[in-house]
Write a protein that binds this ligand. Structure first.
Ligand code: AHG
Ligand code: MN
Ligand code: MN
Length: 351
């Protein structure tokens, strides 16, 4: 058999598989991590199929029967698709030999890979279905994941072994199950987007090296919490709302999907700032969004795309986690706008 001349093999489409093999050849990813990412991507395809069936698949509505919805460790009612997506990711990742343990929004504690299978060198954390309040109204939802190294010498990882700052992540990504299914990925060398070609069942590279514009006129916040926000956030948002006549000297637009994946993906594409600040309702918990499988992976992806991510008072990726389901305030997106939000906190704290 003869291969076509090399110049003709410069195919127009680069699948996720080809992309990862080329990353491996460039020593940016090792075979074990490549396999791990392929497995997560495959699981996300299955979730995409389940989400896409909607009412026809009987997958809408709350999980649990009889005495109301089942409640997860967060104290939140689980949707059927939260449970299904968690099971898909757990099943897909159990047997490949690339992981030592997994942790999920939907499970109280991390789980070790069963003894029946070899254990690998990585730890995987995920939010199996992000934005689940949007499932029943047919608005975009997604999956978020973060990959850490299992600490040296640890073969039986527990929750404590997952408590590593976001700077130690070796890969992170999210999928959006929207009009198209997208996977956005970083292994620490830029942020890249892949669109699912539903006819061939393969993720295809559609944006290499995404770049978030440094400045923006668009912000995302759940404004219904305004009366609960802490003072610097009140001031920051008030100044944006004041528009051209206010201290910011420009008019802002606002968007809030209530699926972090969809809001972050908009910012990845055209810039903006996404905020879920500390407010009186969530202050006791430290915030609304979870550090380990929402804020950190998104912060890694955003930084790799030239953006910034902060708690308002600290670079997100440098927060030392103290609990698996720890919550944090989140400000991420266009780097100059994140710096502006941080400045309101710094000025306030300085009196
Ligand atoms: P999840 O569905 O995984 O619990 O996450 C929901 C999160 C996030 O996706 C979104 O930005 C935020 O909660 C929405 O919160 P509000 O409903 O308070 O707007
Ligand atoms: Mn979520
Ligand atoms: Mn979720």
């Amino acid at each position: 058999m003869t291969f076509p001349p090399l110049c003709h093999s410069a195919v127009k489409t680069i699948s996720l598989t080809r992309f990862l093999i080329e990353e491996q050849r460039a020593a940016r990813v090792n075979p074990e991590l490549r396999l791990l990412i392929e497995v997560v991507a495959r699981a996300c395809k299955s979730i995409s199929v389940a989400v896409g069936k909607g009412a026809l698949g009987g997958v809408l509505g709350d999980a649990g029967t009889g005495n109301g919805a089942s409640i997860n460790v967060q104290g939140e009612a689980q949707k059927k698709l939260d449970v299904i997506s968690n099971e898909i990711l757990m099943d897909a990742n159990a047997w490949g030999g690339h992981l030592a343990g997994l942790a999920s929004e939907e499970m109280d504690h991390s789980q070790r890979i069963p003894d029946a299978y070899p254990r690998g060198n990585y730890l995987l954390l995920f939010d199996p279905l992000d934005g689940s309040s949007n499932i029943d109204v047919n608005v975009s939802v997604g999956t978020i994941f973060s990959v850490l190294r299992c600490p040296e010498g640890v073969t039986e990882p527990d929750d404590e072994h997952f408590l590593q700052p976001g700077t130690t992540q070796v890969a992170a990504g999210y999928t959006v199950y929207g009009p198209s299914t997208l996977l956005v990925l970083t292994v620490g060398h830029g942020t890249h987007a892949f669109t699912l070609d539903r006819e061939i069942g393969s993720f295809v590279l559609t944006s290499r090296d995404m770049q978030i514009p440094p400045d923006t006129k668009e912000f995302a916040i759940n404004a219904s919490n305004q009366r609960h926000w802490e003072a610097p956030v009140q001031q920051y948002v008030a100044d944006m709302l004041a528009g051209k006549e206010g201290p910011r000297g420009k008019d802002f637009n606002m968007r809030w999907v209530a699926s972090m994946v969809a809001d972050v993906h908009r910012i990845m594409t055209r810039g903006g700032i996404f905020t879920y600040p500390l407010d009186a309702k969530c202050a006791a918990k430290g915030g609304k969004l979870r550090l380990m499988y929402e804020a950190n992976p998104m912060a890694f992806l955003v930084e790799q795309a030239g953006g910034a991510a902060s708690t308002g008072r600290q670079r997100m990726l440098e927060v030392q986690p103290t609990a698996l389901h720890q919550r944090v305030p989140v400000f991420l997106g266009s780097r100059n706008e994140v710096a502006e939000a941080v400045r309101y906190h710094t000025d306030y704290d300085a009196g």
